[in-house]
Design a protein. Sequence first.
Length: 390
Amino acid sequence: MAEVVLEGVTKVYPGDVTAVDNIYLTVADREFMVLVGPSGCGKSTTLRMIAGLEDVTAGTIRIGDRVVNDVPPKDRDIAMVFQNYALYPHMTVYKNMAFGLMLRRQHAGWDNPLCWLLAPSRYRQARAERAEIDRRVRSAAAILGIQDLLDRRPRALSGGQRQRVAVGRAIVRNPKAFLFDEPLSNLDAKLRVEMRAELKALHRQVQTTTVYVTHDQEEAMTLGDRVVVMKDGIVQQCGTPFEVYRRPVNRFVAGFVGTPPMNFLNGRIVRENDRLLFDEGDNRLVLCDEHQRRLAPYVNQPVVMGVRPEAMRAAAGAPSGSTLRIAARVVEPLGDRKDVYGQTARHHRVVCRLEAEAPVCEGQPAELWVDMTRVHFFEPGEQGRNLSLA
Ligand code: ADP
């Protein structure tokens, strides 16, 4: 196992397409790091550069104590799992899993019984290699619960089973690092959630350093020890799932992480009787103590208030200065809770996640209490900086 370090890594494709722009990233030994971002943000290119499938335009990539920029993929001691599994259709599960190891044998071909007469020591070494491969394949199959499928061919497997074989093929190699490129995208929603939990349990067990690419923020948040949120080839934020959720550095990260996404309300910071308020145009909300201090330099300036759907509650009659009045347009029941899509006079989309019993009905006005200790204030603009962080 090893750490994976990217320093100033850039990738420019022909046609002057900068896919990855000066990335610095350290994936610690045994860490599960997830690269996440919208399609085209450069996450697969980053992974493929680590794997050696793409050249690096600038910067260095280190795996363990070796700079691998010029090391061919097969010598990097990494194992990659792809979205399409890439299994050999004519081979059994066993052979699919053993294939990579068989190719790397030093005494391949010497385990033919005739060789015992010609070169007994090579024959014995060849047999030992084969036994070791067998042990590794069976042990990986046991970890993944596919012992009974070893004689099947891929076409006789379900999507989830194929995915396990692809992962098994990576485990048997016992590499320095696993690289996963959207490995669950081809599975249906239920299986994806199951496999997600299995991958996490697997990582706890084998603890191999892992870099995992997905466009699905929920997958990223549930799997990663840390997540790297990317946009336009640039790392926006790298942190634990809790950090990127609770302390997003900018509006892009804030809006990308969490479902339903954070609401963004344009407005201004105003001063009234020595207190700072956020004026949304139709509603005025008093800032919490911490924001009173932090937002003082922005009085009378336009800012964007970000409030997560889960940071609001139905609150008819709550004191003014802590509520947002909306007209509820659509209510989506979700069993134990419900998502309410509403609007204010100034903002046509305000989503809140309420308890199922909350007295909010479609077509009715509703009053929402906003937990002002959990809101964020951003500079205007799609990628506006978070002003409420220290
Ligand atoms: P992601 O995995 O985040 O969806 P990619 O790393 O695949 O993004 O792509 C990042 C950017 O690089 C995109 O703009 C994409 O169109 C471009 N790109 C990817 N591969 C190539 C290529 N072989 N040639 C030119 N441009 C490419």
